[in-house]
Design a protein around this ligand. Structure first.
Ligand code: OSB
Ligand code: MG
Length: 367
């Protein structure tokens, strides 16, 4: 395959409501879409970096820079490029997994479109729809939180994830559990606790939670293993798991019994599948996380979430949970599920007029 062009399209997307976590409040997304062409087809992908390096070291301007100066030149120079070879070609460049993931996904999309194969089929999906949960941000008050959760449950979301941090944990979790009864409920701390806070987390063991996601620092695998012995609620890792090798290490060291797979965080859908395979072999359930994606990233996540090891509902919510106008035909919630696209590749395209209206800049990196 020959890469004939690579273009970065920057879009600005206001969120329907502010999304507050321990690392800050997102009110809009500045997103890089990657558009590639080959002689046979075109391919699309979304780079999931946030504007600032607050969730991980990557950020949107940094991703554009590394693609422009380091990643795309290597791909352009590679002989016989295939999606399966992208990671190998880019391996000399350390880190920058979200930027690498976006390029690999766009190339994979082009390859699969040329072959007429849906991404879900290529990855080994066994489902045609995926259970959708929703990630609920930190709010100013408990009544406000209860209203938000109530709205999502009425729409049919099958699982609620509450963002927590020290000072916003016991009371909101208790209030949601008492008000809504036996729902699937989990938390996400985004690294905001230390092992010394274990007693705060022990108090949450009373609420029969599915798990706590990433309570401690991302590099603290040993700390998570210790914490897992101190609490009865299972530990799930997000930020810590950046590769299949780290996933295997974290599982065998007892640091987690559940894994959140985000393709951007781990360098793409091929590495995501390897993490899925490692986890499945260890009997560790996985689920598909989210980075407030548009329909472009969401389509590929829905394909991944259809693999057999994804036995827990994902943060794969419908388009209208994030955006009043998605860049693709919107993903809708049907009976608590999203439908996995069946078209070739990621199976969706940006709507040209909408894309044009959201675009704040374009940059051609090749061709
Ligand atoms: O930690 O899972 C996270 C959003 C941005 C960055 C990190 C996280 C999140 C979410 C929202 O929790 C997931 C989604 O609905 O896309
Ligand atoms: Mg998380």
């Amino acid at each position: 395959m020959k890469l004939t062009s690579v273009e970065l399209i920057r879009i600005a997307m206001p969120l329907v409501s502010p999304f507050r976590t321990s690392f800050g409040t997102q009110t809009s997304r500045q997103i890089l879409l990657v558009h590639v062409t080959t002689p046979e087809a075109e391919g699309w992908a979304e780079c999931v970096t946030l504007e600032d390096p607050v969730y991980s070291p990557e950020y949107t301007d940094g991703a554009a820079h590394v693609m422009r100066h380091h990643l795309v030149p290597r791909l352009a120079a590679a002989e016989n490029l295939t999606a399966a070879r992208v990671a190998q070609v880019l391996h000399p460049i350390k880190g920058h997994r979200m930027a690498k993931a976006a390029l690999e996904t766009a190339i994979l999309d082009a390859e699969l479109r040329a072959a007429g194969t849906p991404l879900s089929t290529y990855l080994g999906a066994t489902k045609d729809r995926v259970a959708a949960g929703v990630s609920v941000g930190i709010m100013d008050s408990i009544p406000e939180l209860l209203d938000a959760v109530d709205g999502y449950l009425q729409q049919g979301y099958v699982r609620i994830k509450l963002k927590i941090e020290p000072g916003w944990d016991y009371e909101p979790v208790k209030a949601v559990r008492e008000r809504f009864g036996d729902i699937l409920l989990q938390t996400d701390a985004n690294t905001s606790y230390t092992l010394a806070d274990y007693k705060l987390l022990q108090r949450l063991d009373a609420f029969d939670l599915l798990f706590h996601e990433q309570p401690l620092e991302e590099e603290d695998i040993a700390g998570h293993a210790q914490l897992a012995k101190l609490i009865t609620t299972p530990v799930c890792l997000d930020e810590s798991i950046v590769s299949a090798a780290i996933a295997a290490d974290a599982i065998t060291r007892g640091a987690c019994s559940v894994i959140n797979i985000k393709p951007g965080r781990v360098g793409g859908y091929l590495e995501s599948r390897r993490i899925h395979d490692v986890a499945l072999a260890h009997g560790v359930p996985v689920w598909c996380g989210g980075m407030l994606e548009t329909g472009i990233g969401r389509a590929a996540n829905a394909a991944l979430a259809a693999l057999p090891g994804f036995t827990l509902p994902g943060d794969t919510s419908a388009s209208d949970r994030y955006y009043s106008q998605d860049v693709t035909t919107p993903f809708v919630l049907e009976d608590g599920h999203l439908t996995v696209p069946t078209g070739a590749g990621i199976g969706v395209d940006p709507l040209p007029d909408v894309l044009a209206s959201l675009t704040t800049g374009t940059e051609r990196l090749l061709g």
